[in-house]
Design a protein around this ligand. Structure first.
Ligand code: CU
Length: 187
């Protein structure tokens, strides 16, 4: 009677010798495993830490609106094509499908919802909305400080009016609050 387990062992040993070395785990797999490990570690350290991490994450995303809203471009389209490449516009959102200039007041704070609004020089209208119970107004000032357009102060309003702005950089100002300043880039 042949020693079956012994023979099997020998065969497997030969196979192992002949087999190519096992490939190293793919980089993405390694990253995934590391992420899972650190997630487990965080869970072990405790909920409060996780909560802080989550809040920090939200705060970071709130600070970088441009990063959040850039969508993968369709082939052959570049949402930034109308702007020359310039670090000054790093935090600008690309123009929306709506051709109007859209300016809104932050939900609760004395600031505009966006730090930088982009629009095309062909924008036919400007819309301004303030959902707060506090009044805010809007001035569009050109680079020389001249008021090119304005809406009067009011609480809970939504204005729309015709506008024709030449290409250029403008400042959006609420005259009631020093902190309310934003950039308007028209191209
Ligand atoms: Cu204001």
């Amino acid at each position: 009677m042949p020693d079956l387990p012994g023979e099997l062992r020998a065969m497997l040993h030969d196979r192992a010798e002949l087999a190519p070395p096992a490939p190293a785990p793919a980089r993405s797999l390694a990253r995934r495993v590391r992420r899972r490990q650190s997630a487990r570690l965080a869970a072990a350290v405790g909920g409060p830490v996780l909560a802080v991490v989550a809040v920090a994450g939200i705060a970071t995303s709130a600070l970088r609106p441009a990063e959040r809203s850039i969508e993968p471009g369709r082939p052959g389209t570049d949402p930034w094509a109308f702007l020359e490449t310039d670090d000054r516009y790093e935090f600008c959102d690309p123009p929306t499908e709506n051709p109007d200039i859209l300016v809104s007041v932050h939900r609760s704070e004395d600031k505009f919802a966006q730090g930088c609004v982009t629009a095309r020089a062909s924008a036919p209208m400007i819309q301004f909305s303030n959902g707060q119970d506090r009044p805010h107004d809007l001035q569009v000032r050109d680079e020389g400080g001249t008021v090119a357009f304005s809406f009067p102060a009011a609480p809970n309003i939504s204005y729309a009016d015709r506008i024709a702005l030449a290409a250029g950089d403008y400042q959006l100002v609420c005259t009631l609050h020093e902190t309310m300043r934003a950039q308007l880039v028209v191209r």
